[in-house]
Design a protein around this ligand. Structure first.
Ligand code: 6PG
Length: 238
């Protein structure tokens, strides 16, 4: 596992670079395997990246979009990650290979259905896809995807998709687990803002505490881990 930290002066600079790197990663996967399997996250940080990708040139018919997690609200709800990404990206690139979480279902059913969707892209010996790229964010409490502090660590070793509920967050969630994430070829964390600096230092440089810092559960087995951060988020790393 190779870990890289790339620091940018602003979120805009970070998003520009992430967009270029996304296209490069997609072209590499398409030339090596004929398609690009990418898993997206929600939250505010990746939205700038999605805006830039909407202007990029790529054979999008060879790209398959999945989700690291989703909020169990209707697609037209502003809290629905698929719905937000559709407005900013999909509607602008005319993509069809979208494998969303059926957020309108009861959470446990949605998690089950999503595990089944993933099994359709299984890469033996796995019963799920080996993503070419996983895009993650990190909350100021150290959560990633919808793996929240205090959530059971061991579950992650056996299950593909879990449900999650957490403190003040309005909606139930469906989240993929480190079992899936850690098989990816590339995992990128996009983290910006001074409010995350202390947690980022603890996650990257601190004691291992997988229960309270779920972002530490992301340890690719045979892939690259890249932290794309802005100076504000990285100010305590040196
Ligand atoms: C979600 C995400 C979540 C997000 C972090 C960071 O759906 O909310 O999967 O894990 O990445 O909460 O969110 P921000 O980018 O808004 O800080």
């Amino acid at each position: 596992m190779q870990t890289t930290i790339l620091t940018y002066s602003t979120p805009d600079e970070l998003s520009n670079s992430a967009s270029n790197k996304f296209i490069e990663a997609a072209q590499r996967a398409i030339s090596e395997r004929g398609r690009f399997l990418v898993s997206l996250s929600g939250g505010s940080t990746p939205m700038k990246l999605f805006e830039r990708l909407a202007k990029e040139t790529l054979d999008w018919s060879l790209v398959h979009f999945f989700w690291c997690d989703e909020r169990c609200v209707p697609m037209d709800d502003p809290g629905n990650t698929y719905g937000q990404t559709k407005k900013i990206l999909f509607d602008n690139i005319g993509i069809t290979n979208i494998h969303r979480v059926e957020s309108e279902l009861e959470p446990a059913l949605a998690a089950q259905a999503y595990a089944h969707t993933l099994s359709g892209f299984a890469e033996a010996p796995l019963d799920f896809p080996r993503f070419d790229l996983v895009l993650l964010g990190m909350g100021d409490d150290g959560h990633t995807a919808s793996l929240f502090p205090g959530s059971p660590v061991e579950i992650e070793t056996s299950t593909i998709a879990v449900t999650a509920q957490y403190q003040d967050r309005p909606a139930n969630r469906v989240s993929l687990t480190p079992k899936v994430f850690n098989q990816a070829r590339e995992i990128w964390f996009l983290v910006t803002g001074a409010g995350k600096a202390e947690t980022l230092r603890n996650v990257i440089k601190g004691e291992k505490n997988l229960e309270l810092l779920p972002a530490q559960r992301i340890q690719p087995k045979d892939g690259n881990l890249v932290w794309m951060i802005d100076e504000a988020a990285g100010k305590l790393l040196n």
